[in-house]
Write a protein that binds this ligand. Structure first.
Ligand code: NAD
Length: 508
């Protein structure tokens, strides 16, 4: 049994540059064109890995392998076999050595701190176990149609080859949100991780053989954006499961339209974190910290629009600034570090630009506002946790995703005003409400346009609970049993048990 509280001492296992090939049809291969690209360790700014740069022909090889594996057996594998594969995968992912290896690779690739990446890695196996169970409980229904001696039922079946295109902020977990239900339903999969942090997904692929996942069922092709475009427009792909920005999601949907591929999109957000004056202020401040600064704010669900009721605005701001001032930015391998670096240089520049814009637009900088005074390493992409007050809904900081450690406090006086500000956004991924009033809770939950509403908590997700966005935050769901709709085709079967001819010119 893994000790979930253990804090193992971990270090960078590489003295030189780590090298990774593509994982296609159960084999490790170079990109056909022989190209590679490098991955930078965000905590130091140094190159730490060299990765095969997959192109359209590599994508084609992976889709072909996935199709062969689908037609060659996986689509017909019984539920018990699919479940067993997922359970074995869970068993490997639950091993402490594997948890630590994946946590270290994700740390080196994303700049997150060890307490975050270990937490994620300890959850990986749980997704596999849950969908191992779901695989065995997938069932259709019998339908009481209004015709005599007719037996009608539905059978869920797989769709075919799934393309999983993932972002850089939580590469393995967001990939597993696709892989687990896809395999549970009998699909095969081609994964294209982000070019910004591709390594942990390739490192994950190393466990597939050990878990006995049949060759070709799971394939990983690292590559640039063009590789993502090649995958989403490939005619051999039956379903695209995409997580990334809203702008790219629209391109993916257009590409899917060309082939009529099924598509689900998990996109950006600009979530309101709403604090009412009857809330427990300490709990709310803790939730603001979690929503704005965990993972350096690089969360699609970041609650970076903090709406605070007039009468407690100053008290919340004061306590927030006190706690933010104590956030420890440090060596990512140090268990006491709370925040690491942003994942890549462009993101670092973009966050600093948005901070400057917020100042120029009249938001009041209260703490942070740039690089930390004493960054843990001179070349790292570190940004100090930053709080702006006096933010208004029209400012860029309140409208655009920042994807960095920046919280902007807005002010409201009534429930109606809070709802109006909360919904004044193109996004609808998540929201939080801090209140002890049950009636208000119900009214807010009803009124807020978002796929997830947390009440007196933040950043909770589970394999068992559906997750998805409304408005420009996406289409479709992940997690829970609900996600299985995204990975299955329902077949309707009609059986006439009467064996007598009917009038062929009459609909019946
Ligand atoms: P991105 O859209 O730039 O890239 C995501 C993936 O798409 C990458 O693998 C990239 O190579 C690929 N890609 C790029 N262009 C493509 C194209 N034309 N066709 C197909 N694929 C293409 O996003 P990002 O910067 O990697 O990630 C950050 C974004 O992801 C943020 O907007 C964040 O909110 C969002 N996100 C959403 C969720 C969610 O569950 N809703 C979770 C995490 C991140």
């Amino acid at each position: 049994m893994t000790d979930l509280m253990a804090e193992p001492m971990l270090t960078n296992p590489y003295s030189g540059v780590a090298r990774y090939q593509l994982y296609i049809d159960g084999s490790w291969v170079d990109a056909k064109g022989g190209k590679t690209f490098t991955s930078v360790n965000p905590s130091t700014g140094e190159i730490w890995a060299e990765v095969a740069d997959g192109q359209a022909d590599d994508i084609d090889a992976a889709v072909t392998a996935a199709r062969r594996a689908f037609d060659g057996g996986w689509r017909n594998a019984g539920a018990t076999e699919r479940s067993a594969v997922l359970r074995r995968l869970g068993d490997v992912l639950a091993r402490p050595d594997v948890i630590e290896r994946l946590a270290v690779h994700e740390l080196l690739d994303t700049g997150k701190v060890i307490r975050e990446t270990i937490g994620l890695a300890r959850a990986f196996s749980t997704w596999c176990y849950y969908y191992a169970g779901v695989a065995e409980s997938l069932r259709g229904s019998t339908i009481p149609v209004p015709m005599e001696q007719t037996f009608t039922y539905t059978v869920p079946g797989p769709i075919g080859v799934v393309a999983a295109i993932t972002p850089w902020n939580s590469p393995i977990l967001l990939m597993l949100w696709k892989l687990c239900p896809a395999l549970a339903a009998g699909n095969t999969i081609v994964i294209k991780p982000s070019e910004v942090a591709p390594v942990s997904t390739l490192e994950f692929a190393r466990v597939l053989d050990e878990a006995g996942v049949p060759r070709g069922v799971v394939n990983v092709v690292s590559g640039q954006r063009a590789a993502g475009a090649a995958l989403s427009s490939h005619p051999g792909v039956d379903k695209i499961a995409f997580t990334g920005s809203t702008a790219t999601g629209k391109k993916v949907m257009k590409a899917a339209a060309e082939n009529l591929s099924r598509v689900s999109l998990e996109l950006g957000g600009k979530s309101p974190n709403i604090v009412f004056d009857d809330a427990d202020i300490d709990l709310a401040v803790n939730g603001i910290i979690s929503g704005s600064f965990a993972a350096g704010g690089q969360m699609c669900t970041a609650g970076s629009r903090v709406l605070v009721q007039d009468s407690i605005y100053d008290a919340v701001l004061e306590r927030l600034v006190e706690r933010v001032g104590a956030v420890k930015i440090g060596d990512p391998f140090d268990w006491s570090s709370e925040m690491g670096a942003l994942t890549w240089s462009e993101q670092f520049d973009s966050v600093l630009r948005r901070i400057d814009k917020a100042r120029a637009e009249g938001a009041r900088l209260v703490i942070g506002g740039g690089r930390p005074l004493t960054p843990p390493s001179p070349g790292g992409f570190h940004v100090a946790p930053t709080v702006f007050a006096d933010v208004t809904s029209s400012m860029e900081i309140a409208r655009e995703e920042i994807f960095g450690p920046v919280a902007g406090l807005l002010r409201f006086s009534t429930e109606e005003e809070a709802i109006s500000i909360a919904n004044d956004t193109q996004y609808g991924l998540a929201a939080a409400v801090w209140t002890t009033d049950l009636g208000r809770t119900q009214r807010m939950v009803h009124a807020i346009e978002a796929g997830t509403v947390w009440v007196n908590c933040y950043r909770r997700v589970s394999y068992a609970a559906p997750f998805g966005g409304v408005k420009s935050s996406g289409i479709g769901l992940e997690n829970g049993t609900e996600v299985m709709r995204e990975y299955t085709e329902e077949k309707t079967v009609w059986i006439d048990t009467n064996q007598k001819a009917r009038d062929p010119f009459r609909l019946a």
